[in-house]
Design a protein around this ligand. Structure first.
Ligand code: ADP
Ligand code: MG
Length: 244
């Protein structure tokens, strides 16, 4: 048995008086797709952000592929590059072309040669269905297209794990599926993924496990089928009653 790719042990974090992450223990195996679900304010975004140290935490430990996350320094930058992150807002560089958006990280952070970075970027843009728009600027693309570029940009860094924080919640309804389709394909290709989403179709199609967070605690974990049809905790029942 190899070690899980992501290991969070007894992680605690406060924002002032708010105990936003309470003794979080979470292991994600290589190739596993985990859905993080829970009420607004339960700590889902904070949990994602602690995984690559966009947020600090007070106690506990987090390791990626067997290496504990240091608090700062060069090693942190290297480990962070192993963790791709896609947010609700796409955060593309407005004054750079789609191609430049995707090549920037590999060239600056990984030291990849420009020609190699561009070749790989074009492959990834093809993969997410944006290959013919590489020379355009972000504002010329729809929200769904921009989010697919954001996914390609993350993949260009060859991350070991991809975090998605509500990647479709800022999109118009007709664009949600084009992004989810890319994510399903990514899941099938074996990418390790942690996805904050309430999209049950995606959960059922692609997820191995649902982790339910409430008030900063992991309250329940189950397969999507079990969780959505037969939640055991009152908090999960209450939550599902509101979103279903
Ligand atoms: P979720 O993503 O599940 O909606 P968040 O992780 O964004 O939840 O937030 C969890 C709680 O932490 C909320 O009560 C939120 O108001 C609070 N919070 C989030 N970020 C900060 C911050 N930078 N400073 C203070 N409180 C914060
Ligand atoms: Mg959030």
């Amino acid at each position: 048995m190899s070690e899980p790719l992501v290991v969070m042990r007894d992680v605690n974090k406060h924002f002032g008086d708010l105990h936003v992450l309470q003794d979080i223990n979470l292991e994600v195996d290589k190739g596993e797709v985990v859905i993080l679900i829970g009420p607004s304010g339960s700590g889902k975004s904070t949990l994602c952000r602690t995984i690559n140290r966009l947020e600090t935490f007070e106690s506990g430990s987090i390791s990626i592929d067997g290496k504990e996350l240091p608090e700062e320094g060069k090693e942190l930058a290297a480990l962070r590059a192993d963790v791709g992150m896609v947010f609700q807002s796409f955060n593309l560089f407005a004054h750079k072309t789609i191609l430049e958006n995707v090549t920037l990280g590999p060239i600056k952070v990984r030291g990849t040669k420009k020609a190699d970075a561009e070749k790989r970027a074009r492959e990834l843009l093809d993969r997410v269905g944006i290959g013919h728009q590489a020379e355009k600027y972000p504002a010329q693309l729809s929200g769904g297209q921009q989010q697919r570029v954001a996914i390609a940009r993350s993949l260009a860094m060859d991350p070991k794990v991809m975090l998605f924080d509500e990647p479709t919640s800022a999109l118009d309804p007709e664009m949600i599926n084009e992004v989810l389709d890319v994510m399903v394909e990514l899941a099938k290709s074996g990418m390790t993924m942690i996805v904050v989403t309430h999209e049950m179709g995606f959960a059922r199609k692609a997820a191995n496990r649902v982790v339910f967070l409430s008030d900063g605690q992991i309250v329940e974990q189950a397969t999507p089928e079990e969780f959505f049809t037969n939640p055991t905790s009152d908090r999960a029942k209450d939550f599902l009653g509101k979103i279903l």
